[in-house]
Design a protein around this ligand. Structure first.
Ligand code: PLP
Length: 367
């Protein structure tokens, strides 16, 4: 019999047999545990805007139609809100899909990129999938090390530097001024990929300004976090018009469903809803920070919808996660040292937080 693997491309043949994300559903199936507190994937416990829900309910009967392949209305609304031209915006099935487009558009096989060691893994996954080479820079004092990232980008000749601002999994953030300085340090032919999945939760001074003339920055955003629509799969990017044109050459044109476009458009218009979510999440973060302190742990300062709680020891963190899981509490631990001393916990509703804190105290006491 022919060896099937001979049919695969060289890139795919060389990829490791790993699954980058084990979904919580699979963990349930594998362990027989039923999740009662789902606080491990930074999904929004606050759901989505009632206006978005209503708009989507009203459009259910249109699902025999493809979505607008240009996402015209959604792009128009985004353009108006951000004071930029529509030609600087693309819409995709979430940031995760955009990260794949970016790797495909900018990387030739074998070319290098730079990212932090232990940062959001989907970018790394797509880089590998398109045959790129990833250079990783350790976090420093719980934050992305901007100087080291720029250094590594320079000496490796990286085509792309990936940076999430605010960051996942630490929750930390940089100001626009710090990012501008970072941008200046990068080589002219190195793209800054700024992943702004959590930007709605961040203070105004963390917002990197859009420069329509700068072909060296792409910013990715999503409806999955503050807007509470992770399951719907909608994200977007701001970039130079020529980059947007390049995406048009390779993207899945009907990849954003009609109902997703409808929901996202309605969600954008409900600013009050997002403001309330952001306020509620900030209050929740303060609760987690206080609890971390009483347990002798430290919480990283976060501008996201989760908090990374440093337990000081990777084994302790692993034991806590396992004990939480046995009680039906799903959280995650960052995969790479030294961040693997941390419990990464999404900010739940007040009731969820109360329950989480009660169980966490119990678990820490027992260990
Ligand atoms: C959640 C997350 C994403 C995924 O966004 P989607 O739009 O749901 O694909 C991307 N980047 C970071 C840093 C995230 O935390």
């Amino acid at each position: 019999m022919a060896d099937q693997s001979l049919l695969f491309s060289r890139i795919v043949t060389d990829l490791p047999e790993t699954v980058p994300f084990v979904p919580p559903e699979e963990l349930e199936r594998k362990t027989g545990v039923k999740i009662r507190l789902r606080l491990g994937a930074n999904e929004s416990s606050f759901g989505m805007s009632p206006l978005a829900r209503e708009a989507m309910a009203n459009s259910l009967g249109e699902n025999h139609l493809y979505g607008d392949a240009l996402s015209f209305d959604l792009k128009e609304e985004l353009a108006a809100r951000h004071g930029i031209g529509k030609e600087m915006i693309t819409v995709a099935g979430g940031i995760d899909e955009l990260l794949g487009w970016i790797a495909r558009v900018f990387l030739n096989p074998g070319e290098p990129v730079t990212a932090s060691l232990g940062s959001y893994p989907t970018f790394h996954y797509h880089v590998a999938g398109f045959g790129g080479r990833l250079h990783q820079v350790p976090y420093r004092k719980g934050k992305n090390d901007l100087d080291a990232l720029a250094d590594t980008a320079r000496h490796t000749g990286s085509r792309i530097v990936y940076l999430a601002n605010p960051d996942n999994p630490t929750g930390t953030w940089f100001t626009a001024d710090e990012l501008k300085e970072f941008r200046r340090q990068l080589p002219a032919d190195c793209l800054l990929l700024l992943d702004e999945a959590y930007i709605e939760f961040a203070p105004e001074k963390a917002h990197f300004p859009v420069d329509p003339a700068d072909p060296g920055v792409i910013r990715t955003r999503t409806f999955s976090k503050a807007h509470g629509m992770a399951g719907l799969r909608v994200g977007y990017a701001f970039a130079h018009r020529e980059i947007i044109t390049a995406f048009d050459k390779i993207r899945n044109h009907f990849g954003v469903s009609r109902i997703a476009q409808t929901g996202a458009l309605a969600a954008l218009k409900d600013e009050g809803f997002v403001r309330q979510v952001v306020r509620e999440v900030a209050a929740g973060r303060r609760e987690y920070e206080a609890v971390a302190k009483t347990l002798g742990f430290t919480a990283y300062p976060s501008a996201t919808n989760f908090v990374a709680i440093d337990t000081g020891d990777a084994n302790r963190a692993a034991a806590i996660r396992e004990a939480l899981w046995q009680r039906g509490v799903f959280i995650r631990i960052p995969g790479v040292a030294p961040l693997n001393r941390c419990l990464r916990v999404s900010v739940g509703t007040p009731a969820e937080r109360q329950e989480f804190v009660r169980i966490l105290r119990e678990v820490v006491q027992e260990l």
